[in-house]
Design a binder for this molecule. Sequence first.
Ligand code: NI
Length: 402
Amino acid sequence: MAELKQQLAADVARIQPDLVAWRRRLHQNPELSFQEHETTAFIEARLHDFGALEITRPTPTGVVARLIGARPGPVVAIRADIDALPIQEENSFAFRSQRPGVMHACGHDGHTTMLLGAAKVLTGYQTRLSGEVRFIFQHAEEQLPGGAEALVQAGVMDQVDRVIGAHMEPGLPVGTFAMRAGPVTASPDTFRIVITGLGGHAADPHRSVDPVAIGVQVVANLQMIVARNTDPQEALVVSVTKFMAGSADNIIPGSVELGGTVRSFNPELRQKVPVLMERIVRGVTEAHGASYEFTYVQGYRSVINDQAVTDLVRRALTQTFGPEAVVEGVPLMAGEDFSAYQTKAPGCFYQVGSGNVAEGITYPLHHPRFTLDEGALSVGVMAFLACISDWLKLADGDFAPA
Ligand code: NI
């Protein structure tokens, strides 16, 4: 077992130049969600080079590769997201984005690279694998409706027993990981409320139905959902982030538009919030003689890690990197469509430390100066290999140390 881990570590060390080259190539050529055509072609070409993989394109962008071992065993899916963000990069290194206004600011270049690295190493062990590794290179994590749902609909999770995925975390030092069982990310729902009153001269408010004054009451009353209508033990955010109305100092406008986001972990609470919201909107607008339109859009489901799979990931990483390298994660109010895979198989989504304070690699995800310590690439690959070698019984194969 120890020899196998050493062998895998040597394999990862050998491909480190590839990892850096792939990541920089991807970083330089970022593509927005649903437009990842070059990225997909790049991934597919690398996968073909590795040999031994069954490669498919279930969606216009995104790639899935299957590595089917010599013996039967579990099917483990590993997912990486491949899309970039509409951000103008402010880094000055040579491999910064060559596309104005588009940037890999969420580390998906690193995720893609780690999964390519795992595929490259594992193809060399095909004859010793019991089971299947399914490599899912997913498009469009950053934009609703997300790519994960489409891939799941296309059947990429069929027969999968377990799914894992990882995300770069600049707040954690390179060489470390964070994970937790239970809720990991929130469901990022959005809403739009249009309140229609009766516009008029600002000097004659009694002749109008003022949607600004009514809208303010709606915003104030929506706070009661978190403050008074739901269990304080359950994390919930109701944020009104848009309040748009008016054109002049002396005109009461005819309508206002509100917008915002609702974030929660608990699926039952999630279903309840829009009902409570509409009750408030209806009540307040009716009370003042206005009318309303209420639209609620559900974002991704909450990522909820399976206890057993999380324990297995923690054990694999602790054995490989030491107990001090694995810390307990905290739930985040951000969204992630990794949750779509978890509707089909138990899974674990964990964080890979990519920060380095001494090197100034401290900017958060989605920041124009975000980057990652490239040491995280090989660490991330080794983490995938540690899980797969444990679960697909690599050590029980005909392995003989070189
Ligand atoms: Ni991301």
